[in-house]
Design a protein. Structure first.
Length: 280
């Protein structure tokens, strides 16, 4: 098995933690970022020099570029960039504060955009590389109460879809990962709820809120299995563009795409009717 060096944001919890543990256990090197340097002391003690930890809050744009530059300068070649850091913001759009909206976009969308941009000059210079962007089934479908979370996930998927085409000539690949619920600490520890407005008690938005407030709900997704599939994309040529992980992801994305295609096909004649005639 080829030993690789990985750069992963948000390694203290969730998929980032699972991925880091699997990679270190098999002997790969990981440069990981955290907001709290004490949150991965156990990993540093267990794996020693295989793990390098950098302090980073992905809402701090300038520091993203500094940390990425520093990591490449110190470690040399980095084979895989994993844009993982993020969280969920749940509530009807009207229930969210300006500060919550700004922070969600700065973290999930702009943080990921700048991480990828910061990495590209280095990946081009080394002549190869692979980028893994953690999205969600929420990047292909939408539910009431998740408007801002969806905005960031749909946004980063559009960005990555275009960038993937831009960087293909440089032997750099990019994979978007779309998991559904998994048994990480995301659901009940990485989700922020907006201020509840009683006016929305008749809206489905509050159904989404109840789903996150109810700690008895246990997702069926196995994060260890999901992460292994993410890791395996580094060995696939060509790398997959998207990977849906979990039966929930497959079912909701399939339904969403089917509905959208059906609606589009029903509008074909209308769409074509707005073109100039062929002889004009």
């Amino acid at each position: 098995m080829k030993q690789r060096t990985w750069f992963i944001t948000g390694i203290n919890s969730g998929f980032g933690r699972h991925m880091t543990e699997q990679l270190l256990e098999r002997g790969d090197k990981v440069a990981g970022t955290v907001r709290n340097m004490n949150s991965v002391e156990d990993l540093k003690e267990k794996y020693g020099a295989l793990l390098r930890v950098f302090h980073l809050d992905v809402t701090d744009t300038n520091v993203i570029y500094e940390v990425v530059d520093q990591t490449f300068n110190e470690l040399g070649k980095i084979d895989v960039i994993v844009s993982n850091a993020g969280y969920g913001l749940i509530g009807a759009a009207e229930e969210l504060t300006i500060e919550q909206i700004t922070h969600q976009i700065n973290t999930n969308l702009l943080g990921s955009i700048h991480l990828i941009r910061a990495s590209l000059p280095h990946l081009r210079a080394q002549g190869e590389g692979h980028i893994i962007q953690l999205s969600s089934s929420a990047g292909q479908t939408a539910f009431s109460g998740g408007s801002l979370y969806h905005a960031t996930k749909w946004g980063i998927e559009g960005f990555c879809e275009a960038v993937r085409q831009e960087i293909a000539p440089f032997n750099i690949s990019l994979t978007i990962v779309e998991p559904s619920g998994a048994r990480t600490n995301f659901t009940h520890h990485s989700v922020v709820l907006g201020q509840k407005l009683e006016a929305y008690s008749i809206s489905q938005a509050h159904n989404a809120r109840r789903g996150f407030e109810d700690t008895s709900i246990v997702p069926i997704g196995d994060p260890a299995r999901m992460v292994k599939i993410m890791i395996d994309t580094a060995d696939q040529k060509p790398a997959p563009i998207r990977i849906a992980l979990g039966s929930g992801a497959y079912n909701t994305i399939h339904q969403s795409l089917s509905n959208r295609l059906e609606e589009l096909e029903a509008q074909k004649e209308l769409a074509f009717s707005t073109d100039f005639p062929a002889n004009k």
